[in-house]
Design a protein around this ligand. Structure first.
Ligand SMILES: Cc1cc2nc3c(=O)[nH]c(=O)nc-3n(C[C@H](O)[C@H](O)[C@H](O)COP(=O)(O)OP(=O)(O)OC[C@H]3O[C@@H](n4cnc5c(N)ncnc54)[C@H](O)[C@@H]3O)c2cc1C
Length: 472
């Protein structure tokens, strides 16, 4: 990186807000995938105008620029694969306004998701998206990945709550999309174009988010099963019965054991699968919904159905669910985590296909996740040496092939980034993919913002990348 460029950066944000010592840079080179690459500098802006100046400089000096929230992404999105500059939003983390009359909140992108929950809940309001990483991930990262969470089955994903954005384009110009209005059809709607763009089209500097009234009450229930197929049938049964739980999460037997060993929360170690079901709404209505869901569990031979009676008990169950990823990492630090999603009625078939794939390749595959959304986190528990072995690669290719054959998508919420880039062709036809590439070229002709992410080079696409598009 040209020393003149760093000098100019320091003039924009101050010397103390630019890092370039190797021991500092290493902390900004990876995300939760453990893919890593060293940036050449990290910059911490405080305002949109500083972000715009930085982006202009990067554009003029042809320096790749990667926006970074908390680095909790699970597809390599925040990894500075081509080196260059990491733009951290750690210091743009203010909640600017909670509008209790219009039910909106205006935030900077570095706000931690759980801090936003706490701030709006203190005013009796509710921001539903709750990724399991919410204690550390940021709103900017959530928007850039269109993150889901445990409540998506009832409330939808991050994009459903973004009313408007302020963003800096790759040449440094600032745009504003959307408004506080509930309805707005003025021109093309640019907000959804930026939601889920993985930091490749613009850098988000402010977000206007929609809020709901905080539900009056909630209840949490668990159901244990002898085997995973019964749990999967239950999930499909609950959805088909027109029951709308807030949360419908599942853990397979390996996840249950891993969490129990990790935290000792008293989970049933001998169970084959475990469902966590939560219902919220008005005090009077939730008991009936709970009872309907419990009936579907019993019909599918649940060994036990239990309602968590106290807040402490609910928190224990949530802690179990949120800790699965960390618990599995303790056992297999280099596990591969895919987040495939299928139409919800196909969950039982997908679970069976995953079991077949594990058997065929003699790999331990551990599943948990947002069953109510059809979104399964499939963890291939490979060790470090095995990561790039043909066996693991074939298992991943088989997994994506089965997903596509069942009408699913290779990522439900973690994005494409680096790790799923070779397989994007399994879901997108050539024309659609080329339109996406041309949008990137149009907005970012110099390829400054998060270059190389999402779109594979021709040599990167494996022969077994998948059967092509199956839609709808
Ligand atoms: C234990 C664990 C549990 C998780 N659970 C979930 C879950 O339930 N649901 C889910 O969806 N994900 C989950 N994730 C994945 C991850 O937390 C989400 O993708 C999250 O949205 C990433 O936020 P972040 O702030 O860490 O973003 P980062 O990892 O820093 O960045 C992610 C992407 O967003 C871009 N980006 C960040 N900020 C901006 C900005 N201001 N403007 C433009 N682009 C930007 C980056 O360039 C990158 O491409 C989990 C991860 C972990 C480790």
């Amino acid at each position: 990186m040209n020393p003149e460029f760093k000098k100019l950066l320091r003039q924009v944000v101050g010397t103390e807000n630019v890092l370039d010592a190797p021991e500092d840079l290493v902390c900004y080179g990876f995300d939760a995938t453990r893919i890593s690459a060293m940036p050449q500098a990290v910059v911490f802006p405080f305002s949109t105008s500083q972000v715009a100046e930085i982006v202009k400089l990067a554009c003029r000096h042809q320096v790749p620029l990667v926006a970074r929230g908390a680095g909790s992404g699970l597809s390599g999105g925040a990894v500075p694969e081509k080196g260059g500059l990491v733009l951290s939003f750690a210091r743009m983390n203010r909640i600017l306004e909670i509008d209790t009359k219009n039910l909106t909140v205006l935030v900077e992108p570095g706000v931690v998701t759980a801090d936003l929950h706490a701030a709006v809940e203190a005013k009796g309001l509710f921001y539903p998206p709750d990724p399991a990483s919410m204690e550390f991930c940021t709103i900017g990262g959530n928007i850039a990945e269109n993150a889901g969470g445990m409540r998506a089955v009832k409330y939808g994903v991050t994009g459903d709550y973004v009313l408007g954005l302020e963003a800096v384009l790759p040449d440094g110009r600032i745009i504003r999309s959307g408004s506080r209005c509930v309805k707005d059809v003025v021109g093309y709607d640019l907000t959804p174009l930026l939601v889920g763009c993985e930091g490749t089209l613009a850098v988000i500097t402010r977000a206007l988010l929609r809020l709901l009234p905080l539900p009056e009450a909630k209840k949490t229930m668990t159901a244990t099963f002898a085997d995973l197929n019964q749990a999967a049938d239950t999930v499909a049964g609950i959805i088909a019965s027109r029951i709308l739980p807030t949360t419908l999460e599942f853990l397979d037997k390996h996840s249950i054991r891993a969490v129990e060993k990790y935290l000792g929360l008293g989970l049933p170690m001998d169970a084959g699968a475990f469902l966590l079901i939560e219902v919220d709404g008005q005090m009077g209505g939730i008991d009936a919904t709970m009872e309907k869901a419990a009936a579907v569990c019993r019909k599918n031979k649940a060994l036990e159905v239990a309602v968590a009676s106290e807040a402490g008990e609910q928190e224990r169950l949530w802690k179990a669910r949120r800790s699965v990823s960390a618990a599995l990492r303790q056992i297999s630090p280099f596990k591969i985590n895919e987040d495939i999603v299928v139409p919800r009625a196909r969950i039982p078939a997908m679970v069976r296909r995953i079991e077949e794939i594990a058997g065929r390749h003699q790999l331990q595959i551990v599943c948990f996740g947002h069953a109510g959304d059809g979104n399964i986190h499939v963890n291939i528990m490979a060790d470090r040496q095995e990561l790039e072995s043909a066996r693991v690669e074939c298992a991943v290719a088989d997994l994506f092939q089965a997903t596509v054959e069942l009408g699913g998508r290779i990522s439900g919420e973690h994005g494409i980034g680096i790790s799923k880039r070779p397989y994007i062709v399994a879901n997108l036809d050539a024309t659609t993919l080329e339109l996406m590439r041309s949008l990137k070229r149009l907005l970012d002709p110099c390829n400054i913002l998060n270059p190389g992410k999402i779109f594979p080079g021709q040599d990167e696409i494996p022969d077994n990348a998948g059967p092509g598009v199956v839609w709808p």
